[in-house]
Design a protein around this ligand. Structure first.
Ligand SMILES: [Zn+2]
Length: 90
């Protein structure tokens, strides 16, 4: 086993070009996607009906609302970055 084994090369996420660290030839793009973190609207007037059912429904709803966060890190070469930043959702 070679202890100096090189780590996997960094590749551009778009064109798969090999990127050399330390040469300012790529961007590291960190993407964070988060589900709507807004808690469900609570209408206090509605609570006068059936507390147990209402609370159970609310708890179930809150569990579904727990913000789901996804993080992704990609590398883009200068050319691909230039195209991507113009239209990140394209
Ligand atoms: Zn590229």
């Amino acid at each position: 086993m070679d202890p100096e084994q090189e780590p996997a090369p960094t590749l551009c996420a778009r064109c798969v070009k090999e990127l050399t660290p330390g040469r300012s030839e790529f961007y590291v793009v960190e993407i964070q996607a988060k589900a709507d973190p807004t808690p469900p609207v609570l209408d206090v007037a509605d609570m006068s009906r059936d507390y147990k059912t209402e609370i159970n429904a609310l708890v179930a709803e809150l569990e579904n609302v727990t913000p789901q966060i996804q993080r992704l890190t990609i590398h883009l070469c200068m050319a691909c970055y230039a195209g991507w930043i113009e239209k990140p959702a394209g």
